[in-house]
Design a binder for this molecule. Structure first.
Ligand code: SAM
Length: 677
């Protein structure tokens, strides 16, 4: 037998059919064309739930374009690092399991965080390596990613949920926020055009002004829909490493020897087995042949169809003898729900499929007592989507720093250049004592005193719609940034990150889910970095700290996050500085100091950080909710004004063609538009 990963996939699917009772259901929360797996029977805690299947590929041969961090299709690749397989004699490159257009039911598993703010997961994934028997009697080790009921029993009918890991979500959320933000801005500028017309013809617009809020607003009860995206992938084979492992004699892991491989770059919302498509084509051919011999309009598709498709493992829920399967159409790159009547097979529209499924999943949900949050802001989502698709405009993501006229200086901000320490007295005394004990020791992370001299950064309003932070922020909230006020040489200290310093534990116990956006200005100092900067601190007493720059801070609180991970065209990194925890000797306190140690920074150049994946995982969804709220308000105002304008046009007070032109207006973001609060 040849080592064929596609064949291995089929084997896996067959195994799953025999052992893993799962179903694919249409998700009510996520709307159309979004599928989730549910338990067809109860799973005890610790019990295996199933495993992933797909095309096993060498990582560097998987389509690079699809593996860009900000390409959502990247979410369908499960990383299998070579290091995780080394124990089995594997010597090849890193692998990925490519599940873009095929997979088991578990391919549809969504991340628990979308549904449950507590992040409570039902299932965990671990990597196992099992030998595949070859015809010559030898065996080939094949990695499988198994899932088991991790945290609690999974009741029949409950949705299976998995934690796909922050790495998987950070870049995705960031990209989503920017994309959705751009659509929100189009709605905003379209409203501006309608308002302008109304003002021109004396239609009262006072009541249509949007609420002006300087503070970001967030409600946990309204989460945006999970994304649905998919694409067909060119199937490519890998195997040299596996063959090497086979030659070295692969071992079967003892139970409990499984190596963890939890942080997949993956989120699954819709999909199907690739080979189901082949079966579908066979059915279609059968259907055509049958139609040719029997032209009766309600002719079935022949016997055996249902059981064939069940054998493929893609069965949906049962409802009065109706079964649904999910099929991937590589031509349209879409996933569709297809209904199969008992004893016959007939394609139905996605909507038909969805309504059948909704009925059954509703009952199951009640039975399982699972609670879900609303994921839509009625009306806004559709409007944002239609703005995105109608415009056809490519988002002009800047490859290089924006020119200086993209920013407008901001004056009159009250800035503070030193931290305010709000730690219990005893803990502050610890810092004092550690500073005294430090004596004359001067290390790399010890600095003499606070930074002096004129600030090297300037706060600016991001006026250009080319800037992702501008797209991301609702038009009625200022989007700011920090630029270099002077040339900053490579290696130079720039400023300290300043704010109110709390103990991390105290800070997070006070914050609620609604405060997520308030944490947008927080910088966490890990205890290990504190100890490195000041080895005389007491290891047992020193815990993580947070510098909260929400209300107290300097220019550094306005530094935006990088929007690309590649280098700039001029060869410089997008992220143009680093932050380090240092010990300020004269103050006997630590500080977070920013250094231009990655490159020299020109005057007027924007300072750019990389906030890290956890930041975007925590913030991304809240920012999207905020955007949706703004979009909804803008849409309502626009509709209200258009009604008034059309009524006025019917009375001849406003030219009807001008009203319709405003209604059809498609604002261009590819122009620098000064932000107007
Ligand atoms: C620390 S603040 C930076 C200053 C912020 N622009 C302001 O006006 O206050 C972080 C927030 O800025 C926005 N932001 C920063 N970098 C961004 C980026 N690359 N893309 C989109 N939004 C960004 C997000 O709203 C984020 O939560």
């Amino acid at each position: 037998m040849r080592c064929d990963p596609a064949a291995a996939t089929v084997e896996v699917v067959k195994l799953m059919d025999a052992s893993t009772p799962q179903q694919i259901q249409m998700s009510k929360e996520s709307g159309r064309n979004c599928f989730v797996p549910t338990a067809a029977e109860s799973f005890r805690r610790g019990q295996p739930v199933g495993f992933f299947s797909g095309i096993l590929q060498e990582q560097d041969k998987a389509d690079r374009a699809l593996r860009q961090l900000d390409d959502s299709r990247n979410l369908w690749f499960y990383d299998i690092p070579a290091s995780a397989l080394a124990g089995y004699g594997y010597t090849g490159p890193d692998l990925v399991l490519n599940m873009l257009d095929r997979g088991s039911e578990l391919r549809f598993t969504q991340d628990a965080k979308w549904h449950n703010p507590n992040g409570d997961n039902n299932i965990a994934a671990v990597l196992w390596v099992l030998p595949m028997q070859l015809a010559d009697g030898s065996s080939l080790p094949i990695p499988y990613i198994f899932c088991h009921a991790q945290t609690r029993q999974i009741r029949k009918g409950a949705e299976l949920l998995l934690d796909w890991g922050d790495e998987c979500w950070g870049a995705y959320h960031q990209a989503q926020v920017v994309k959705q933000g751009a659509a929100m801005h189009r709605l905003h500028w379209k409203l501006a055009r309608v308002q302008q017309l109304a003002a021109q013809y004396n239609i009262p617009t006072a009541h249509t002004r949007l609420h002006q809020s300087g503070r970001l607003d967030f409600t946990a009860a309204a989460l945006p829909a999970t994304p649905v995206a998919a694409a067909a992938a060119p199937g490519r084979a890998m195997t040299e490493g596996l063959t090497a492992a086979a030659a070295a004699g692969a071992k079967r892991p003892a139970s409990g020897e499984a190596s963890s491989s939890r942080a997949a770059k993956l989120q699954v919302v819709a999909g199907a087995y690739g080979h189901v498509r082949q079966q579908q084509q066979q059915q279609e051919q059968q259907q055509q042949q049958q139609h040719a011999s029997d032209p009766a309009p309600d002719a079935g598709t022949g016997t055996g169809t249902t059981s064939d498709q069940q054998a493929a493992g893609s069965s949906g829920g049962d409802a009065d003898g109706v079964r649904c399967i999910v099929v991937f159409d590589p031509d349209t790159e879409e996933f569709k729900m297809q209904q199969i009547q008992a004893g016959s097979s007939s394609s139905s529209s996605e909507d038909d499929g969805s309504s059948e499924e909704e009925g059954s999943s509703e009952e199951e949900e009640e039975e399982s007592g699972e609670e879900h949050f609303s994921v839509r802001i009625a009306g806004a989502e559709a409007a944002v989507e239609s703005e995105e698709s109608r415009s056809g405009e490519q988002l002009p993501v800047p490859a290089a720093p924006l020119p200086q006229d993209a920013f407008v200086p901001v004056a009159g901000l009250q800035l503070q250049q030193q931290c305010v320490w709000q730690l219990p007295h005893g803990l502050l005394a610890d810092y004092e004592a550690a500073g005294t004990a430090l004596g004359n020791r001067i290390g790399r992370l010890i600095v003499e005193g606070p930074l002096e001299g004129a600030p090297k950064l300037r706060v600016v309003d991001v006026a250009s719609l080319h800037h992702p932070a501008r797209w991301c922020t609702p038009p009625n909230v200022a989007a700011r940034g920090a630029v270099a006020a002077t040339v900053i040489d490579r290696g130079e200290a720039i400023t300290d990150y300043v704010g109110v310093v709390h103990r991390e534990a105290d800070f997070s116990s006070k914050s609620s889910a609604d405060d997520v956006l308030d944490q947008a200005y927080c910088f966490t100092i890990h205890a290990k970095d504190l100890l490195q900067a000041c080895p005389t601190l007491s290891e047992t007493r020193i815990k993580d700290l947070v510098i909260d720059a929400r209300e107290v801070g300097n220019e550094s609180r306005f530094i935006n996050c990088a929007w690309a991970r590649e280098k700039r065209p001029d060869g410089k990194p997008h992220r143009n500085y680093s932050a380090r925890v240092v010990w300020v000797k004269s103050l006997k306190r630590p500080a977070v100091r920013l250094f231009a140690d990655r490159c020299a920074i020109e005057e007027g150049e924007e300072l750019v950080a990389h906030y890290g994946d956890p930041y975007w995982v925590a913030m991304g969804r809240s920012l999207q909710v905020l955007q949706m709220k703004y979009a909804k308000a803008a849409l309502q105002q626009q509709e209200k004004l258009l009604r008034l304008l059309r009524a006025a046009a019917a009375e001849g007070r406003v030219p009807a063609d001008e009203v319709e032109a405003a209604a059809e207006h498609k604002p261009e973001l590819n122009a620098i538009v000064k932000f107007q609060a």
